[in-house]
Design a protein around this ligand. Sequence first.
Ligand code: AMP
Length: 418
Amino acid sequence: MVTIDKFNFNGKKAIVRVDFNVPLDENGKVTDDTRIRGALPTLKKVLADGGAVIMMSHMGKPKGKVNPKLSLSQIVPNVSERLGVEVKFADDCGKAAEAAAALQPGEALLLENLRFYPEEEGKPVGIDKADPAYDEAKKAMKASQKEFAKTLASYADVYVNDAFGTAHRKHASTAVIADYFDENSKMLGYLMEKEVTAIDNVLKNAQHPFTAIIGGSKVSSKLGVIKNLLDKVDNLIIGGGMGFTFFKAQGGSIGDSLHEDDLMPEALNVLKAAEEKGVKISLSVATVAGNKFSNDAEQKIFETHSIPDGWEGMDASPASLKIWKEIILNSKTILWNGPVGVFEFPNFAKGTGEIAKYVAEATQNGAYSLVGGGDSVAAVNKFGLADQVSYVSTGGGAMLEAIEGKILPGVAAIVGEK
Ligand code: AMP
């Protein structure tokens, strides 16, 4: 396998899958270009070596149809400015052979939104899964997906995947295309490398004690994550709304707190499995509750098993935070996914802010910390601590699937399924 740092792009054309799925305002102006900036090290390396770069990405969910509101032409000025070269644009990603062939070393071309073609995602359109003809349609679509991937591959000598945000998707541009390059002509980009290393640092090479902090709203969305982590961590802190499913399952009164009745047996299974595996689970002992789901709700602290009706748990209490602080500060590896309260309401954000501080402090003391998958990233950003943890992942869904132990097709297509 080749690595981007060692590869010399001189005289070569590289097709780079980037994640330029950036938010736009109603005038088509980019409102947050974090994702464009994230791809720059890879793009600049190709150009600095004397190569030419062909960038391809999706934007939004056009569902296989051309949609001018989701045209990547809108971001050309922004990409040009960030990259420092005038970016050319090919307004049909499936018919860009001429534009690609004309590219000279040092030049950059952006292809139109890949998802204007249904072949990108490879799902049959306009046919229901229950339709008897669905399987045939799916087979036909998979065949045309290969053709589409082959066309994209034909534009370039080298394929680079730097789109971690879509690494959990087996799409034409994220995985299938890799089949059309030999192993010396495909590689991960710098951003992908960083993400993969961060995942390996916690899932494969963790120093112990290893603590995972899992918060957020629902057990259902984190069950896979929790189950996979039970084989790896020493401590599992469970906070946020999902804790209440555990308390109710244990027979507690949780008032009006968020919970999922159908997940109660699974919650008890998790507790049992943790005990068997010697993992210390730390649920909150008391909660800051509100008398309505609102920032200006009246606040009262209750023990987590004794919340009266009319009150719902909305933030971590000082008593829980004291216990969690000690666990976090004694850890050598920390993985944090999900806020421990309704942090969007400033009056209920204290617990999540404290966790962010403890993770930053532990990092300062030498622990490795990875924050990723969803709202915990927004939380460390909100509290200005993103640069004080070891790594903040850029990919919500991809990071979650990786923590669940799933193979990411975008990574496996290049490095194999290890
Ligand atoms: P997730 O996407 O599963 O990580 O969940 C993040 C969401 O969980 C955030 O929007 C939080 O407001 C929400 N959340 C965290 N704690 C609670 C709670 N105690 N009650 C309701 N929502 C919560």
